[in-house]
Ligand binder design. Structure first.
Ligand code: NMX
Ligand code: MLT
Length: 432
């Protein structure tokens, strides 16, 4: 069986030739136009970059290398004990474009186990931060602190050919992904559990071992991590964490600098931090409305109060999606299967029924439907992980697989420095 790196090495020359041919022979073809509204409006809908690993359809949701989430729940290999896909399989798919066999997945698991030890100095860097430092700050610091490990930087200084860049980016990617669970688990343990490190279990898969190092040794939590880390991995190239990683990476910054940039973007409340905000908001709803599962009527007026005070309803809306996020549906199915009577899940379910109609009546959000962050927190709460400031770190561990797969391909295709043109309002006034 060819290794993952050999499979990738075999794919790259042909795809590079195809892309070179498209750029050379069709480079002048127009794929869109840009309006003033888009230039001021966060570049929504501007077709200005290429990302191979996944594509987002506004109505259907995400496809990873052409496969929907329900398809992958059937097609990707699973742990012996479980029914959820193994994230290592998704990584193999994102990187190569091929659905992996059980052996392909076992190879990734074994590689990540072998490379998974966090350098000792990273613990010291984290220990130097006050314990109340937000977990996303710790994640970003812990990633960038490992930058001296970069194989790419070492080889680049020695003087390598452009055609080899991808190989060392691949090595850095494998090392960083292998160590992210140990880093994230230490952040959790030092922030909330007195700092006692739980050693890795070499018998477990990547997500199962992550659950173990966090301190959760139930089958349900391992299964939740497998699902969670699979579905959050990628959301095409324009989302802030993917785009920031790609942008910083386009300067030939290594994977450590690039991923830290992506994670800093994920830490914003309009992006990944929304998963923590949703939980805070739901707990606040429950407290304000006297505990238990509030009636639809009481919940409706709470939603209106939030909107009328000028705040967004976290977990609803999307820059691209125009229907319920299939990641939300995968989480909902997990809840229906494992915890249908959970009180917070019942609140989320009631919100699922009432919020879209309220947002439509409110008339501002272009997408009134549920996104992934509206649901993930209650699954974690049910399993005992109550520290919601940590939730975005889980999103980040998963997102690293998608954005770093793309960075390997950026290097393989020799994509250039990203540098769009900006305009001034003074200039815009001259063209209207
Ligand atoms: N609640 C209230 N108002 C909203 C919401 C919402 N959930 N979503 C959008 N709006 C408002 C938005 O603030 C804007 O108002 P204004 O004109 O006063 O500036 C207006 O509706 C138009 O915004 P859209 O064009 O629909 O949304 P946009 O593409 O700019 O932003 C989000 C997308 C996701 C940032 C936005 O829907 C939002 O703030 N949602 C809540 C936060 C959230 O759940 N983020 C997580 C996204 C997924 N992820 O994991 O990254
Ligand atoms: C994501 O997963 O990155 C979010 O849904 C945001 C986006 O796609 O813009």
């Amino acid at each position: 069986m060819p290794t993952l790196k050999e499979t990738l090495a075999a794919r790259i020359p042909k795809f590079r030739r195809e892309v070179d041919d498209i750029r050379h022979n069709h480079g002048e073809k127009v794929i869109g136009e840009v309006t003033i509204a888009q230039a001021y409006g966060g570049m929504r809908g501007v077709k200005s970059m290429v990302t191979e690993t996944s594509a987002l359809d506004p109505n259907e949701g995400i496809r990873f290398r052409g496969h929907t989430i329900p398809e992958l729940q059937k097609a990707l290999p699973r742990a012996a004990e479980g029914e959820e896909p193994l994230p290592e399989g998704l990584f193999y798919l994102l990187l190569t474009g091929d659905l992996p066999t059980e052996e392909n997945v076992a190879e990734v698991t074994a590689e990540w186990q072998a490379r998974g030890t966090l350098p000792e100095y990273v613990y010291k860097v984290l220990d130097a931060l006050p314990p109340q430092t937000h977990p996303m700050t710790q994640l970003s610091a812990g990633i960038v602190a490992q930058q001296p490990e970069s194989v790419f930087v070492r080889r680049y200084r020695e003087g390598i050919s452009k055609s080899e860049y991808w190989e060392y980016t691949f090595e850095d990617t494998m090392n960083l992904l292998a160590r992210l669970p140990a880093l994230a688990a230490y952040i959790y343990r030092r922030t909330y559990k007195g700092g006692k490190i739980i050693p890795a279990d070499p018998e477990l898969d990547w997500a199962g071992n992550f659950a173990h190092m966090l301190g959760y040794d139930t089958r349900m939590f391992r299964e939740l991590m497998r699902l969670y880390l699979t579905i959050h991995a990628d959301h095409e190239g324009g989302n802030v964490s993917a785009h920031a990683t790609h942008l910083v990476g386009s300067t030939l910054s290594d994977v450590y600098y690039s991923l830290a940039a992506g994670m800093n973007g994920l830490a914003g409340p309009l992006h990944g931090l929304a998963n923590q905000e949703v939980l805070r908001w739901i707990l606040h709803v429950r407290e304000e409305l006297g505990g238990g599962v509030p009636s639809r009527q009481k919940l409706s007026s709470f939603v209106w109060d939030t909107l009328n005070s000028g705040r967004v309803i976290p977990g609803y809306g999307h820059a691209v999606l125009r229907k319920t996020d299939p990641r939300y549906m995968a989480e909902r199915e997990f809840a229906l299967k494992h915890m249908p009577d959970d009180e917070l899940f019942r609140i989320v379910s009631t919100l699922y029924e009432i919020v879209p109609a309220i947002l439509i009546e409110h008339g501002k959000a272009k997408n009134p439907w549920h996104n992934v962050d509206a649901h993930s927190g209650v699954l974690l709460m049910h399993n005992g992980m109550v520290e919601h400031d940590f939730y975005t770190v889980l999103f980040g561990v998963s997102r690293a697989m998608g954005v770093l797969s793309s960075l390997v391909w950026d290097r393989a295709l020799g994509l250039p420095l990203e540098r769009p043109k900006s305009l001034t309002t003074e200039y815009i006034k001259t063209i209207i």
